[in-house]
Write a protein that binds this ligand. Sequence first.
Ligand SMILES: Nc1ncnc2c1ncn2[C@@H]1O[C@H](COP(=O)(O)OP(=O)(O)OP(=O)(O)O)[C@@H](O)[C@H]1O
Ligand SMILES: [Mg+2]
Length: 349
Amino acid sequence: MFNLFGSKSKLGIDIGTASIKVVELENNNNRFALKNYGLFEMKSDKNTPAGEQSILKLPDSEIIWGIKEVLKKSKISGREVIASIPAFSTFATVIKMPYLSEDELAKAIPFEARKYVPIPLEEVVLDWSIIGVVGEGARPTVEIFLAAVPKDETARYQSIMAGAGLNLKALELENSALIRALLGNDLAPTAIVNIGGRSTSIVVVSKGYERLSHNYEVGGFEITKSISRSLNISLDKADDLKKCLGMKQADENIINEAMSTLIDMMAFETKKTISSFENSQNEKVARILLVGGMVNMPNFLNYFKQKLGQEVFAGNAFARIVYPQGLAPAIGELASTFAVAAGLAMRDI
Ligand SMILES: Nc1ncnc2c1ncn2[C@@H]1O[C@H](COP(=O)(O)OP(=O)(O)OP(=O)(O)O)[C@@H](O)[C@H]1O
Ligand SMILES: [Mg+2]
């Protein structure tokens, strides 16, 4: 078939707090194929407190510039985009309703949603999917995944993407993108822990849908700040040490102590979220997957595993993506940093 309308590739764009990540995928004989990827990192600004540094807090014009820059540098040619909305500005839950026809459900859900969505429904874009029927007998119920995004957020993303000359096909919750990238059709209860610059986001997934999520406002920035404070060195220097020494167990590891309390807290929050899911749902979490830039820190996975007292794995967002052989050595690091972007780009392929 001729491709009259240019490339059929899709871009997944994840505007994180530390960097903008883009993954370009295309369909290659019904498999996902990596066409390109790119990253734009925000420089740490000494005048802004670490906890407040965020690309999303920049004016739209600067974000547009950043997106254009990464597309240009990485020679990304696709124009159709799926972008993610961070977990902290969205709302998602699973509700149960009596078994009705799909038409009737569509009418009833907005009324039901009022009980759960904390902002007026006029101000959000509401979305839902039917997970399935639970229970039998005279009164079966339907489980529904309900998501809401504030309209001013959706408008902002539309205007940013348009400003960058891109065609925004869909906006998706960050966690939904992670679920697609990491779990595919796997239905087993899984906890995904995404440790980024600003926060640690923990989501428990069962039957392919987010069941419980928790956002803990500590991430890589806070860790850099702690190193910088305890050794009295610049943020840049601290960041370098974090990346080269990480949690390596050695006497000469001078940053271990400055980081461990914060990482212990991340593990504690993960444990708490998992227990809370297991106690309320009477279901065991079968495995724990870690993604986000912090996973690339030396010995991080191992340390986290010890703290949790449970096996953890690095989530591999590229497991179902074909990529050039030359990328193989770097793919582990790419797969954790680009997990959200990869899941987004997989959406409509
Ligand atoms: N090799 C590495 N070793 C240690 N830390 C790393 C490494 N690579 C990246 N990081 C850290 O990971 C963090 C960025 O992770 P990521 O790209 O997942 O964040 P983000 O998506 O921009 O932020 P968020 O998801 O919180 O909005 C930064 O703090 C960065 O210093
Ligand atoms: Mg992120």
